[in-house]
Design a protein around this ligand. Structure first.
Ligand code: OAD
Length: 249
């Protein structure tokens, strides 16, 4: 995208966000790429090295916990060290400025909360807690050593993170909160998602059907790019930084 076009679209996005009564963000793995967390799909994506059918299906942790914990251990240690980038920080700032009602995130990395956002729906759950697959006892991840895997409960059962595996239901409360946010917003900012995993991918369609303006930020086109009103081809952190400097000025 030519620089002039980028600047023009950024200015337009900033104007729309600043003048709206209610904006909502839908975020995916791409927003955390500049925090050095790999995405799932595409170049250097997690699914390039780990087949999701084998490693991320609801049956996987019970079938072969040692194998699945190779992937989980790697992912959780990366998330533990990662810091929010300018895109997470900008969304947190927009919330404080009363310009953002909430974030629907597909990410389990907890970076929106680390950045200071309060209204975050973790559509696929989060990494802050784990549960024993035998007795259900819940643990705080930060209190567990992930050096020895798989981590075990006091009862001897293997723990699993409390995020959603493929084939597992999305918590009802997350769906309800997301539908409320998406159907009431005037603007939806879609950042860093391919838009191919349902039901989270239905949220922009819901927002659009109730008249919301859709703004998308992604270096590549996604499943949403043809229905959005503004597509800004760019990385999340640098684009959000430019949008914020236009909102302030
Ligand atoms: P993907 O890994 O499928 O896609 C990452 C998206 O981020 C792509 O559209 C990239 O073009 C974009 N991207 C890459 N770098 C970026 C950057 N610097 N700034 C902005 N965007 C960038 O991630 P999701 O669509 O979020 O589900 O994946 C959805 C779900 O699929 C995940 O939540 C996970 C996965 O399987 C479960 O685990 C249930």
């Amino acid at each position: 995208m030519a620089n002039d076009d980028f600047e023009k679209l950024v200015r337009e996005a900033a104007r729309i966000i600043a003048s709206s009564q209610s904006s909502v963000a839908l975020t995916g793995a791409g927003i955390s790429v500049e925090s050095d967390i790999p995405p799932f799909r595409g170049k250097h994506g997690l699914w390039e090295r780990y087949d999701p059918e084998e490693y991320a299906h609801i049956t996987s942790p019970r079938k072969d916990p040692g194998k699945v914990w190779q992937m989980l251990g790697e992912l959780l240690l990366i998330c533990r060290d990662a810091q929010p980038n300018e895109a997470h920080n900008s969304l947190a700032r927009l919330e404080k400025m009363n310009l953002l009602d909430g974030i629907i995130t597909q990410n389990i990395d907890g970076l929106h909360q680390k950045a200071g956002s309060n209204e975050v729906v973790e559509f696929h759950g989060g990494n802050s807690t784990m549960s024993c697959m035998e007795c259900g006892t819940q643990y705080h991840t930060k209190e567990l050593s992930l050096e020895i895997i798989p981590p075990r409960c006091e009862c001897g059962g293997v723990l699993r993170p409390d995020f959603v595996f493929f084939g597992e239901a999305i918590p009802h409360s997350c769906i309800e909160r997301s539908i409320k946010l998406a159907s009431n917003c005037e603007v939806m900012i879609i950042i860093g998602t391919t838009g191919i995993v349902v039901p989270s991918a239905q949220m922009p369609y819901l927002a659009k059907s109730t008249g919301a303006v859709l703004i998308e930020i992604n270096p590549e086109k996604s499943a949403f790019s043809d229905i959005v009103d503004i597509f800004i081809q760019g990385k999340a952190a640098e684009t959000m930084k430019s949008i914020m400097s236009n909102i302030k000025s």
